[in-house]
Design a protein around this ligand. Structure first.
Ligand SMILES: Nc1ncnc2c1ncn2[C@@H]1O[C@H](COP(=O)(O)OP(=O)(O)OP(=O)(O)O)[C@@H](O)[C@H]1O
Ligand SMILES: [Mg+2]
Length: 338
């Protein structure tokens, strides 16, 4: 559906130096996928995304949409491509002097749809996003979540094949974010629209994306199924990005004593971890203090972390750790002696 083939984008900065915003990016996004792109600010996410509808031209390589090299399109062909790609933004970008219904209709007018078609479709779209009652109001009377719903109705008005979302939920509170994500999921399922979603909120990716690419300094440093990337991050940058979610904050007094190992046990729902911990206590002469526990759901699969402190003689500690390493998805000692 979308193929980035060695895509690079460079800009001259204010001092005339070249900034490589995107460097040699190659990967593909399949039809009907919900694909996430994450990375720190300035990583090049928006620049890469904007090559998909040619709001940004590539300076090297090609972005291919539905088999055509869109860098070669111009005039009516480019306009028609843009109508087949919807986009939503963090700041909603609604027209403040138009009502909700007029904002949605506007997208169809620009695409040259007939009056009858617009008249018929706008109510359907407002129904889809749950704003039938607000059709005649102006955007300034809407909440953030409602504004983004208008943005979504507008973005899908012309039946696009692709929906690009650039930080679409970043200005919303968590509950509203959830509602908007559910709506995106529904749109993906109902109409088979391919969704590419940029975000700095890993929670968003965990909730709705199937695959994710991690960008750092213009490059894709990691890509894969969300569950795999989030549970077994390979690249240093991804590990650092995920540490906010998974490194549970513990006081220094606990982490500074290597004679009492602090053990992070990670399980992915396949193993009965409770019994594994109680087995350790039963079989070895150690005490286990549970310090922290958390279960995350990533792409609807449970992924748990348990942090325990083991107290006992060295030999018993070694045996317990051995047992844990063999019987859990992953076991790490986080305050290891150097
Ligand atoms: N039009 C432009 N002219 C010059 N430099 C630009 C332009 N657009 C982006 N850049 C630079 O390219 C790099 C990548 O920017 P980009 O907006 O793609 O990052 P991002 O990952 O979307 O960041 P954020 O999370 O902050 O939105 C940055 O260094 C940015 O300053
Ligand atoms: Mg951006």
């Amino acid at each position: 559906m979308i193929k980035f083939d060695n895509v690079s984008v460079s800009f001259p900065d204010k001092k005339g130096q070249i900034v490589d915003a995107v460097k040699n990016v190659s990967f593909e996004i399949g039809k009907g996928e919900i694909f996430g792109i994450v990375g720190a600010s300035g990583a090049g996410k928006s620049t890469l995304l904007r090559t998909v509808n040619q709001l940004q031209r590539t300076t090297g390589g090609r972005t291919i949409v539905d088999g055509s090299d869109i860098g070669r399109l111009s005039g009516p062909e480019l306009a028609s491509l843009r109508h087949s790609i919807g986009m939503i933004f963090q700041q909603f970008n609604l027209v403040s002097t138009k009502t909700v219904a007029q904002n949605v209709a506007f997208a169809m007018e620009i695409a040259g749809r007939s009056r009858e078609k617009i008249k018929q479709r706008v109510p359907e779209l407002l129904e889809l996003v749950g704003l039938t009652e607000r059709a005649e109001v102006y955007p300034n009377t809407l909440s953030g979540g409602q504004k983004q719903r208008v943005g979504i109705a507008r973005a899908v008005a012309n039946n696009p094949k692709i929906l690009l979302c650039d930080e679409a939920t970043s200005a919303l509170d968590p509950e509203t974010t959830n509602d908007v994500l559910q709506l995106l999921k529904e749109i993906n399922r109902k109409f088979g629209i391919t969704i590419v979603l940029i975000t700095h909120e890993l929670d968003v990716v965990k909730k709705i994306c199937q695959r994710v690419a991690v960008m750092d300094k213009g490059e894709v440093v990691e890509i894969g199924e969300v569950f795999d990337v989030f549970t077994k991050p390979q690249h240093e940058f991804t590990k650092a990005l995920l540490s906010h979610t998974f490194d549970l904050d513990l006081p220094e007094r606990l982490t500074s004593d290597p004679s009492k190992p602090l053990v992070k046990i990670i399980y992915n729902g396949d193993k009965a971890e409770d019994s594994i911990v109680s087995n350790v206590v039963k079989h070895y002469a150690v005490d286990v203090n549970i310090l922290h526990g958390k279960i995350e759901y990533i792409s609807d699969k449970p992924f748990g972390i348990l942090i325990v402190q083991l107290i006992g003689a060295q030999e018993e500690l070694d045996k317990s750790l051995d047992y844990l390493r063999k019987n859990t998805y992953r076991t790490e000692v986080i305050n290891e002696r150097n």
